[in-house]
Design a protein around this ligand. Structure first.
Ligand code: SF4
Length: 329
């Protein structure tokens, strides 16, 4: 198939198979830009099916850019609670403020200006250009990377480098519906060219796919092993209440409520007889020993939270996980 028929086949597949998603509704231009911005930031670290209810709730509470620029931080965090990676929410608000101040309230349709906004990098700026502004861009997300690695049977480190993958995007050619086209390619990656068991018999580009011909769907990726870090968390309990502090010590979960904790070395962690839990963060695997303390303690920026009152507080999933494990302990 040549580029033109590849484009036609992909769009044809998309028109018949795309998922109905809240940010794909029929929208005004302004809404399209705002919905794309919010959804793309939410999708940065999170899967579509998890994002949908958060997105719907967010749009209900914060319907446009000016509401986002004005929202108070507590309400913002409440809307984001449970979605994780809270810096995304803080950056989203800063982005809205910057757009209002520097771009007259309009999301810029220029890649460099988009990249100047907090929390918007290479991928998100390209996605916004394609999806919100209908420009000829194909964002290189994990889905698109996987398709290219399989279509061209890319295996070596050099072959799977970002530079080479960007070059290989020319395979897709150009379309007269760039917004749909970018979403169509990503959708094929998400629904058809899945990491395990790709559904090749439904794939519109199987005739051009080397992995399909060779029946070898193994994907090579640059090893991304998270660093393991060790921590000790102190659990101070007073009747039904637990001591939490506002985190201004660690770079992760900044300003959110956590149990008092400190980083320790592996030897100390291994010698501890306390209960242990593992929590995966975006950039590290945390191994935590739970250190139950009997004495009451008051620290600055801290307070005792009633376990029955957890719902009324903005707690990161991280703290909720420790809570859950402490309550069972
Ligand atoms: S034919 Fe199969 S492996 Fe190749 S791109 Fe399509 S789904 Fe992926």
């Amino acid at each position: 198939m040549n580029n033109q028929s590849i484009t036609k086949e992909i769009l044809n597949w998309y028109d018949n198979n795309k998922r109905i998603l809240p940010w794909r509704k029929h929208l005004t231009k302004k809404q399209k830009q705002y919905f794309t911005l919010v959804s793309e930031i939410m999708l940065q670290q999170t899967q579509v099916k998890t994002v949908i209810p958060y997105f719907n709730n967010f749009i209900k509470k914060v319907p446009n850019l000016s509401a986002l620029a004005r929202i108070n931080d507590r309400k913002l965090m409440k809307c984001w609670e449970g979605l994780g990676y809270y810096s995304r929410a803080r950056n989203l608000k800063k982005t809205a403020q910057k757009i209002i101040k520097e771009f007259n309230g309009n999301l810029p349709d220029n890649i460099e200006q988009l990249k100047s906004l907090p929390g918007i990098g290479d991928y998100t700026s390209t996605a916004i250009m394609a999806i919100a502004f209908n420009k000829q861009f194909i964002p290189l997300d994990g889905n698109v990377e996987r398709i290219l690695k399989r279509v061209f049977f890319l295996k070596t480190k050099k072959e799977i480098s970002k530079d080479n993958l960007h070059k290989k995007k020319s395979f897709f050619g150009k379309s007269n519906r760039p917004s749909d086209y970018a979403q169509a390619i990503m959708e094929i990656g998400a629904l058809i060219c899945k990491p395990l068991n790709p559904v090749c018999y439904e794939c519109p580009i199987s005739k051009n796919c080397k992995a399909f011909k060779k029946k070898d769907f193994d994907i090579k990726s640059k090893n991304k092993f998270n660093k393991v870090k060790y921590f000790e968390a102190d659990i101070y309990k007073n009747k039904n209440k637990f001591l939490l502090i506002k985190n201004n010590k660690f770079n992760f979960l900044k300003n959110l409520l956590i149990f008092p904790m400190r980083e320790i070395n592996q030897r100390k962690f291994k010698s501890s007889l306390n209960k242990r839990i593992n929590i995966k963060m975006s950039n590290m695997d945390m191994k935590i020993t739970i250190n139950k303390k009997n004495k009451k303690k008051y620290l600055s920026n801290s307070f005792f939270l009633d376990k029955d009152n957890i719902k009324n507080h903005i707690l990161p999933s991280f703290t909720k996980k420790i809570f859950k494990s402490v309550l069972k302990y």
